[in-house]
Design a protein around this ligand. Structure first.
Ligand code: N01
Length: 551
């Protein structure tokens, strides 16, 4: 639980209410305090961390390097914190965020164990009324199920892009007799899988990290795969003190070099700004090999057209498929593990021993394209080729990405219009930051911004600083509200779609497109290209917030 709240319970309104205490919410609170704003953060979990609070599955770690996946806003913080591994584990990232919360004395303005269920704009007071409810297991406000409210001039949705866990509607799922788990909601006390027969449904980033670890513990592991995924090796290792010293000697330049990258990370290995088709086969193979040996997501920075040109993409996809066949002993299993979609279309995965896990005698792969799931039964999962008996069932089935967490909240803007209605055909924002008809409501890393295509921490810092600046400007001018002009928003949405259409991203069924959620409109939600995006945002500000109405 928190210390005292800054306001709300005392009847006085807040300047700013922030939803979520992950990377985004923590920094937003810190920044807002710097402006002297009465701010409160509402957090459903019982601790800080957001995605790193909930995602505690075996093997969970970040696939962006720890020296990059960390705040850059405070020089002392980035100097004093010591990451231990090239890629930080979930517990280490959580410790980091707890350290940040303590170091900047943030907890006293965070209300834990409390969920925001609604937010409504009041035209007369020009404030948001936000409805809160405790969650059943929390010790937060409204625990007895009696909602309470806050009012605030501004609301920031720091709800995360991958926070609304998705469990598919499989017949009989409730009938399973053993524990049913979701990677995104893993029990905090851990789960002992020793000697158990475990089934994992899904083969995205979460499964690809969890499967090798689960395989070591379980008696038998069955992986249910609907679509194979590409994974490149992490080559995780303890951080080399020489590398740390080099980065820390000039951290600002390191951060700036990353901000100049389309993805806002990976500057150390560099981006090869030529076409994959402009070099001969030997040179191309050598470059892929070099990046495979380096490890991690910068593999896709090997050439500038890998996500623009199918033929170029095929060269990288072929390379990875070749690696899968080298690693996996059984050629039939290797073929089933080999994806055929564009590489990078679904988010590239970073693994530690994923493919090799299928050489273990206690691991089997069920290819759901040949033998789909019919139902979950008390003792296992029935596919068209029979019952796979299990003691524990793990859903590694991902998230209702980017809009799911906002959808769960009943957000009503001008005239009581629900955000769900405004976004019925897909999310619409201006700059990924605000929505027409929803004044003074900000979405950190919202749809229409680079967000999930980048190092999230960099995108979060950019948005938090933009929001803080705009609130400071409004207050300095004595202007109570800001919101996008509908035309500016339409143009932005059109721009985001046109950029996506230049790429190969729309070519597969990814969560970027909402394709993993039945009935969700198929719209490519993030905007590729961090430096271009920030330049456009800067232009908007320089042109006196072009496309926004301030009144
Ligand atoms: O989820 P996913 P995730 N029957 O959506 C399958 C980030 N992340 O939690 O592809 C059978 O990628 C689905 O199959 P298909 C990262 O951005 C980062 O793994 O839809 N299968 C897919 O295989 C990542 O991209 C890190 O055919 C079903 C899987 O479930 C994002 O989070 C670690 C199914 C879902 O994969 C999400 O990753 C973890 C069904 N009915 C996550 N429904 C790191 O930083 C779904 N699937 C390392």
């Amino acid at each position: 639980m928190t210390g005292e709240a800054t306001s709300g319970p005392d009847g006085e309104g807040l300047d700013l209410l922030v939803v979520g205490a992950g990377f985004a919410g923590l920094y937003m609170l810190h920044r807002a305090r710097g402006l002297g704003l009465r701010t409160e953060v509402i957090e459903a979990g019982d601790g800080v961390g957001g995605t790193w609070y909930w995602n505690r599955y075996p093997g969970a770690r970040c696939d962006v390097e720890s020296l990059e996946y960390s705040y850059g806003f405070d020089a002392d913080l980035q100097q004093e914190w010591e990451w231990t591994e090239r890629y930080a584990t979930q517990p280490e990232i959580l410790r980091y965020l707890e350290h940040v919360a303590d170091r900047f004395d943030l907890r006293r303005d965070i209300r834990f164990g409390t969920r925001v269920t609604g937010a409504a704009w009041d035209e007369e007071t020009r404030r948001w009324t936000v409805t809160l409810d405790g969650h059943p297991d929390g010790d937060g406000e409204g625990r007895a199920g009696t909602p309470t409210t806050r009012t605030a001039r501004f609301v920031v949705m720091a709800t995360g892009c991958l926070s609304s866990a998705m469990t598919p509607d499989i017949p009989g799922a409730d009938s399973f007799a053993g524990p049913t788990l979701h990677t995104g909601r893993w029990p905090h006390e851990g789960v002992d899988l020793t000697g158990r027969r475990v089934g994992v449904i899904g083969t995205g980033s979460s499964a690809i990290q969890a499967v090798p670890i689960i395989a070591e513990q379980a008696a038998e592991l069955t992986v249910f795969q609907r679509t194979p995924n590409y994974a490149v090796p992490a080559h995780n290792a303890p951080l080399d003190p020489a590398v740390v010293a080099e980065v820390k000697a000039d951290y600002d330049s390191f951060r700036e070099a990353n901000r100049q990258r389309s993805t806002a990370f990976g500057a150390r290995i560099g981006f090869n700004d030529v076409s994959a088709l402009s070099v001969d086969d030997d040179e191309r193979l050598a470059e892929y090999e070099r990046r495979w040996e380096h490890g991690g997501l910068p593999f896709l920075g090997a050439y500038n057209d890998l996500l623009l040109d199918r033929k170029a993409n095929e060269t990288a996809a072929d390379f990875v498929r070749g690696k899968i066949h080298e690693i996996v002993d059984d050629p039939d299993v290797a073929a089933r593990l080999s994806p055929d979609q564009v590489i990078g279309c679904k988010r590239l995965c970073v693994d530690t021993g994923y493919y090799a896990t299928f050489n273990r005698p206690n691991v089997s792969l069920v290819d759901l394209r040949d033998t789909p799931i019919e139902a979950v039964e008390a003792t296992g999962v029935r596919t068209t080729d029979g019952l796979h008996e299990l003691d524990v069932l793990v859903f590694a089935t991902g998230f209702d990405a980017m809009t799911g967490a906002l959808d769960r909240i009943d957000i009503r803007g001008r005239g009581g219009r629900p955000l769900r209605e405004a976004w019925a055909e897909g999310p619409k924002t201006y700059l990924g930051l605000m929505v027409a008809g929803f004044p003074n409501l900000f979405t950190i890393t919202g749809p229409g911004s680079p967000s999930v295509l980048t190092n999230m921490v960099v995108s979060i810092e950019h948005h938090v600083e933009w929001i803080a600046d705009v609130i400071a400007r409004l207050d300095a001018d004595g202007t109570p509200t800001i919101e996008p002009e509908p035309d500016a928003q339409e143009q932005w949405v059109g721009f985001v779609n046109s950029v996506a259409d230049l790429t190969l991203f729309p070519s597969c069924n990814s969560w970027y497109l909402g394709a993993n959620v039945p009935g969700k409109p198929r719209v490519f939600m993030p905007l590729p290209g961090f430096p271009i995006y920030t330049a456009l945002v800067d232009e908007v500000v320089a042109a006196d917030y072009r496309g926004f109405v301030r009144a």
